[in-house]
Design a protein around this ligand. Sequence first.
Ligand code: HEC
Ligand code: HEC
Ligand code: HEC
Length: 431
Amino acid sequence: MNRWKKRALSLSALVLAAGAVLLVFSLQPEIAPVAPPQASQFSAEQIARGKTLAALGDCKVCHTRTGGQVDAGGMAFNTQFGTIYSSNITPDVATGIGSWSYPAFKRAMRYGINREGHYLYPAFPYTSFTLTRDDDLQDLYAWLMVQPAVSYRPPKTELHFPFNVRQGMFAWNWLFLTPGPLPVNPQHSEEWNRGAYLGESLGHCSACHSPRNLAGAEKGGSHHLSGGIVDGWSVPALNSHSPAPIAWNHQQLMQFMRTGFASSHGVAAGPMAPVIAEGLSQLPEDDLRAIATWLASFQPPWPDHGKEVSIQAEQQMMLANSPGARQFAGSCMACHAQNTGPKLYGVRPSLMLNSNLYSDSPDNLIRIVLDGIQHPATPELGSMPGFRYQLNNQQIAVLLNYLRTDLAQRASWPDLQNRIEQIRQQTEDKS
Ligand code: HEC
Ligand code: HEC
Ligand code: HEC
C-alpha cells in the first residue's frame, strides 16, 4: 500500500468515526403514538385562540397544495438542496398528526424533530416557531386536533446527498437554532414585547424578511429583518434599512396588515398577499396593534408629508413627455392616477411611494407588470391585469426606467432588459 492510499484510508476512517459520533448524538427517540384526543378535552377559548395562532403562523398557506384539502400537505418547496414537500398536519392517524401527543407536537415546533424522531428541514420555519410559549402551543395543538382528518400522503421529500440524511440537521440546529420561548426585553413596553413575540415566533416575519447564509439559515444581528428573497421576489427590509421613501408608521402598518394596502406605500402584491389574506387580516385588533408598535419602533419618526409628495409626483407624471412617460400614460395611467378619472378598479395605488421603486432590485415591479396581481390580499383591492403579451421587454424597460429615474429619482437599474427577459422565461408556465 502506498502512502496516499494509507492517508486516504485513515482519512475515511476519521470521517466514518466522526459520522458515527454524530449519529449517536443525533438519534432522537420516537414519542409513542396516542389515540387522537377528543374535542371535549379542549375548552372553546383554547380552540378559538388556537385558530388565530394558526392564522398568524400561516400553517394553511404552506400546508395546503393547490387544489388540495386544507392542511393536508403536499406543497412543494424548491430549495437549492432539492424539493421538500409539506406534511399532512390534519389529525388523520395514518397520514397526518392524529397520533401525536402534545409533547410530540411541542418537540416539532420547538426543536424541529417529528414524532418518529426524524429531523425536519427549516423550510418548516421552526427556527421562528421555537420562540412560541407553551400556553400558545397548547392552544394551537387544540385547534389542529379538532380539524377534519384528511387521508392524504404527500410525495416523499428527496434531497441530494448529503442533505437527504436528516441526521445532518443535528449539526445545523446546533449552529443555527436557539430554542425558545422568546425572552422578554425589559427595555421595551409590554405592548412592544407582545408585538415582538407575535412577529418573531408564529408570525415568522424574519423567515422571509431576513437574508440567509449559504447554509440556508437566517442571518442575525444587524441583518435581522433587513430584507431577503423569497420565490424570486425581493423582500423589503422592515428594520431601519426599509427602502420606503416615507417611513412606515403605526397607522400605516395597521392598515397594511389588516387590508393589504397602505395609502402611503402600496399593496401586498406577491408572497406577502397570502400572509395577509390567510394570516394577519384575521388577527384581533390588539394583536395587530402590538405588532405595529414593535415594527414602528425601528423606523425614524414620521414626516407627515406623504400626501403632498404623491400629489406632486402625479402632477409631474402627467406633465412629463418622455417615451417612458408616454408608455405609462398609455398603459397604466387609467388606473394609477389617483386624482383624475372615475375610480373603476380597486385601490389604484399611487406608485410614487412604493418601496419597490426604491429597492436595489427591479424584480418585484417586473413580476407585477408581466403577470399583474391576480390574487389580491383582500378582495376590495381589486386585481391588476398582466402585460406579458401587450408589452415587449424594451417597452417594459423604458417604462420601469421612467418610474425609477423620474418618479423615484434614483439611478437606473443596470441591465434591466435582460433581467426582464430572464424573469419572463422563469415565470412563463404561470401565465
Ligand atoms: C413556510 C412554510 C411553512 C409554514 C408557514 C408552516 N409549515 Fe409546517 N412544515 C412545512 C414543511 C415544508 C414541512 C416538512 C418538513 C420536512 O419534511 O422536513 C413541515 C412540517 C411540519 C410538521 C411535521 C409533520 C410531520 O409529520 O413530520 C408539523 C407538525 C408542522 N409542519 C406544523 C405546522 C404548523 C402548526 C404550522 C402553523 C403554525 C406550520 N407548520 C406552518 C412548511 C411550513
Ligand atoms: C385595469 C387597471 C390597472 C392597470 C391598467 C394597471 N394597474 Fe397596476 N394595479 C391595479 C390595481 C387595482 C392594483 C392593486 C391590486 C391589488 O393589490 O390587488 C395595482 C397595483 C400595481 C402595483 C403594485 C403597487 C404596490 O403598491 O406594490 C404596481 C407596481 C403596478 N400596479 C404597476 C402598474 C404598471 C406599471 C401598469 C402599466 C403597465 C399598471 N400597473 C397598470 C390596477 C391597474
Ligand atoms: C412568505 C414570506 C413572507 C412572510 C412570512 C412575511 N412577509 Fe412581509 N413581505 C413579503 C414580500 C415578498 C413582500 C414584498 C412583495 C409583496 O408585496 O409580496 C413583503 C412586504 C411587506 C411589507 C411592506 C414593506 C414595504 O416597504 O413595502 C410589510 C410592512 C411586511 N411585509 C410586513 C410583514 C410582517 C409584519 C410579517 C410577519 C407577521 C411579514 N411581513 C411576513 C414576504 C413575507
